[in-house]
Design a binder for this molecule. Structure first.
Ligand code: SAM
Length: 185
């Protein structure tokens, strides 16, 4: 692990083990494609679904992952429609990296209600020991809303079926927060 202060790096470090033997992975917010690229590089032969509502994000992700294109379905649609594309209850991991595309309009961002509804759908598509990982950004208004909504939602999850935990820097204001949800065996 390079640094504990970067939630994305911590997430990738934790995910490496999960992704290694995965068959089905989802990047729910592919953006510039860095998370999709991470998945493609570290999974041996898994199929990856990469979602984003912006065509620009899909194009960026296609460009950065062109070496792995045969393993990736690029889907320009909201993650809330995931069941239109993935019906098997066999997802190894779903990644959410919330917020907006840095160089695009910041108004096009993830929203708490959609994220919660999508997490509620994908939790039932996970295989046993499958993971949902979410990087949230409490430093901007909608990000703070998402963070609070997710804290509330994950606290209420059935502890006999899911383990929900949070990672956040304690002495940094507005640091990103990482949520991990694991479906138990
Ligand atoms: N994972 C990306 C990467 O590695 O570059 C970064 C993701 S960026 C912080 C968040 C992305 O979520 C934006 O590209 C935005 O268009 C996308 N987004 C917002 N609402 C969405 C939705 N309902 N479904 C899918 N993507 C969404």
């Amino acid at each position: 692990m390079q640094t504990l202060s970067n939630a994305i790096q911590v997430n990738h470090c934790l995910l490496k083990e999960v992704v290694k033997d995965a068959k089905l992975l989802v990047d729910a917010t592919c953006g510039n494609g860095l998370d999709t690229l991470f998945l493609a590089r570290n999974a041996q032969g898994a199929h990856i679904y990469a979602f984003d509502i912006q065509q620009k994000a899909i194009d960026n992700t296609k460009e950065i992952t062109k070496e792995y294109v045969k393993n990736i379905s690029y889907i320009c649609d909201s993650h809330i429609n995931i069941k239109k594309y993935v019906r098997d209850k066999s997802i190894d991991a779903v990644l959410f990296n919330l917020g907006y595309l840095p160089e695009a309009a910041h108004e096009i961002t993830t929203h708490a209600d959609t994220v919660i509804k999508t997490v509620d759908i994908v939790k039932d598509l996970l295989k046993t020991n499958g993971i949902i990982s979410i990087v949230a950004y409490p430093g901007h208004d909608e990000g703070y809303n998402e963070y609070l909504s997710l804290l509330k939602y994950t606290k209420m999850m059935d502890k006999h079926i899911f383990t929900a935990c949070w990672y956040r820097l304690h002495n940094h204001i507005n640091a990103p927060a990482l949520c991990w949800i694991e479906k138990q065996g």
